[in-house]
Design a protein around this ligand. Structure first.
Ligand code: SAM
Length: 289
């Protein structure tokens, strides 16, 4: 089977199988071997690694992954791609293809079955319409992970790595930075895909922390506080938290806590960093009803 990752061989496969791209699945296939090399290099794979690929498409990156990793599990939602993958990956005995929706499969179970519960690496050119739910599913459900190397829409990568005081800063930034160290690997122009998307892309690597960088007393409560703080961006933090309804604290408790922390009662959520959110949620958590 010819190596994919270029326009000619991709077009040939698409033609051979009369494949119709489905916009609803975010199907933009990589046709640039330099970018593929960069993704694979930054994922730092060895033959000891088990890789989960989300959305293999016609198997372009899967071929590269199968060369470098010990085992690859590729989860693809579109059943029309399965016969194509069986063809393009026929030379590799270390690839398992699952025709599933990544948001519905039990990823921890896959890790248990395929890698004896040892942490895996995730490498993917993600379907952009579900970037945030995929990342949250990987981190919040505590899938054993070493790193997540992914192609995402440029703006999403920016959101994952910025700090307080910028317009991109929000719940996603805090969630990612609680679980992992984000590093931008490379920007990717739309011309590297077939069909061309109308956004620019970025490859970002998230290296999972063994232990979060802050001491949190109740992780679920921290994320409830963060979500409530960003739900009403134009309101003050005190308003957002007091109106949330699921935090068990009233306005008076919130204001007293902000006073204790030396923060203004008028402060907005987007000015707090992860350490301050942790301090706030630990204090509120001890006072909640
Ligand atoms: N990895 C291929 C490449 O780089 O050329 C294709 C990447 S394409 C951006 C995203 C892929 O994710 C498509 O193949 C699409 O069908 C698949 N996909 C979309 N939603 C999915 C889901 N919920 N679960 C699993 N795969 C999904």
């Amino acid at each position: 089977m010819a190596t994919l990752g270029n326009t000619r061989n991709t077009a040939e496969i698409i033609g051979k199988y009369q494949f119709h791209f489905q916009k609803k699945y975010g199907q933009n296939f990589l046709i640039d071997s330099n970018i593929l090399d960069k993704i694979i290099e930054s994922a730092q794979l060895t033959k000891d690694d088990c890789v989960l690929e989300i959305g293999p498409g016609i198997g372009t990156m899967t071929q590269y992954l199968a060369e470098q990793a010990g085992e690859v599990v590729a989860v693809e939602i579109d059943k029309n791609l399965i016969p194509i993958l069986e063809d393009t990956l026929s030379d590799y005995s270390n690839v398992t293809i699952l025709n599933e929706d990544i948001l519905k499969v039990d990823i921890s179970k896959i890790v248990e079955e395929r890698n004896g519960g040892k942490p895996i690496k995730v490498v993917a050119n993600l379907p952009y319409y579900i970037t945030t739910p995929i990342i949250m599913a990987l981190f919040e459900s505590h899938v054993p992970l070493l790193s997540v190397t992914i192609m995402v829409q440029k703006e999403m990568a920016d959101r994952m790595q910025v700090g307080p005081g910028t317009k991109d800063y929000g719940a996603l930034s805090l969630a990612v930075q609680y679980y992992a160290k984000p590093e931008i690997i490379t920007r990717v122009p739309a011309s590297c895909f077939m069909p061309k998307p109308n956004v620019d892309s970025t490859v970002i690597r998230l290296t999972r922390y063994e232990k979060p960088p802050v001491e949190v007393e109740d992780e679920a409560y921290l994320f409830a506080v963060i979500r409530a703080s960003f739900n009403q961006r134009r309101k003050t933090l005190a308003n957002g938290l007091a109106n949330a309804g699921n935090l068990g604290v009233n306005r008076q408790v919130v204001e007293e806590t902000l006073d204790e922390m030396g923060l203004s009662r008028q402060i907005r959520g987007e000015t707090l960093d992860l350490k301050q959110f942790t301090d706030l949620s630990n204090r509120l958590g001890r006072k909640k009803l």
